[in-house]
Design a protein around this ligand. Structure first.
Ligand code: FNR
Length: 346
């Protein structure tokens, strides 16, 4: 595919994700309730919301998830996101860097994040069709702390120009993970990961999984809008975020750190994901939306609000830190409960 077409596609992803963001409910943890603690004895000021991914400490368990890069406008988006990440001390992922191997000028839109966020936690991003060499270059390009390898079969299938041959994916993930100096994060983009595949990934030695569940940004819908085609019931394809998170956590049995993402909106969502056992939460669409519609200041406020709401939840659950939050009992109702029972998880 030509660079011009690739850039056009990236611009359209932003455009349609912004249009759809307004229509998404983002209620992915509606079936999860953290049980209230009437005898909470916390001090709000002393609440500790730090977490970790492998040996890397996260002062705040939030990630601005992968979105863009490769063209002029994306330079300014990534620059603004890096400034936000730096000011709020949260992790940041860039969008797929594949374009930078075909088009040299694309590099600066990725490199800018490390220029700004010198000491920060930054993730590189590629699809599983990359070579080991490209994976190393993507990491070097931004001095990344880890490489996200995204899984997006439904998106590719709904793209006219998308991949149709996915053979060898697992082996590719293994080869890349074995040849990098930084961890690989295997990441879905909004269709979720089931326990069967999570087990395969852990058996390969993958140590971080971002479940990227259904309920937020929807790439079948986005690709459908790009091509002006009907997506029929496939717009509902995917494993809902809460379910995918619990499936993956039950499958990895502590052998991998799990990131929750896909449809996460506020601090209560983040708290519920962490209470279930996630180590951090990724958010993409709402951050891009706020940046476009209301500017960088509103993204900074949004992050502050999420942190405040997370702390409110800790205080009401009587948890001084995220470990105590994860020990708090939880009620699982609705379809999530039925699904997990059917799958033999609860
Ligand atoms: C994405 N996402 C994404 N993911 C990835 O691994 N590589 C990429 O290049 C992109 N590109 C991209 C562009 C845009 C405009 C959006 C909104 C998203 C997916 C993203 O990282 C995340 O997995 C999903 O968006 C689900 O999270 P949210 O948006 O529901 O919080």
């Amino acid at each position: 595919m030509s660079v011009r077409k690739r850039i056009k596609r990236k611009k359209e992803h932003i455009l349609y994700s912004l249009i759809l963001e307004n229509q998404i409910k983002r209620d992915v943890f509606k079936d999860i309730t953290i049980i209230h603690n009437c005898l909470s004895e916390v001090s709000f000021e002393n609440l500790d919301i730090s977490s970790s991914l492998l040996s890397t400490k996260l002062d705040i368990p939030l990630i601005i998830n992968a979105m863009t890069g490769g063209f002029e406008e994306s330079y300014y988006i990534n620059k603004a996101l890096a400034e936000v990440a730096k000011e709020k001390n949260i992790a940041l992922a860039v969008g797929s860097q594949k374009i930078a191997f075909k088009y040299k000028n694309a590099r600066q839109s990725f490199e800018v994040v490390r220029k700004i966020y010198k000491e920060g936690i930054i993730f590189a991003n590629l699809g599983t069709d990359c070579t080991i060499e490209q994976a190393k270059k993507a990491v070097d390009m931004i001095g990344a702390n880890a490489l996200q390898l995204h899984l997006n079969v439904p998106q590719e299938l709904f793209m006219k120009e998308g991949r149709r041959d996915f053979r060898g994916t697992l082996q590719k993930i293994q080869e890349i993970a074995a040849n990098l100096d930084v961890p690989v994060i295997v990441k879905e983009v909004g269709f979720g990961i089931a326990m069967e595949e999570a087990k395969k990934l852990v058996n390969l030695g993958i140590k971080i999984i971002d479940i990227g569940g259904y309920g937020g940004t929807n790439f079948i819908k986005i690709e459908g809008m790009r091509r002006n085609i009907r997506t029929f019931k496939f717009a509902k394809w995917g494993i809902p975020t809460a379910i995918s998170l619990i499936e993956v956590l039950s499958a990895v049995e502590g052998k991998a750190d799990v990131i929750a993402s896909g449809g996460i909106k506020d601090g209560l969502d983040v708290a519920k994901a962490l209470a279930l056992g996630a180590k951090a939460c990724g958010i993409a669409g709402p951050i891009l939306y706020k940046l476009y519609k209301h500017g960088k200041k509103s993204v900074l406020k949004y992050i502050d609000d999420i942190i405040y709401e997370l702390k409110l939840t800790l205080a009401m659950a009587g948890a001084n830190n995220l470990k105590e939050l994860s020990e708090r009992p939880i009620y699982i109702g609705g379809n999530t409960n039925k699904w997990l029972k059917f799958r033999g998880i609860y």
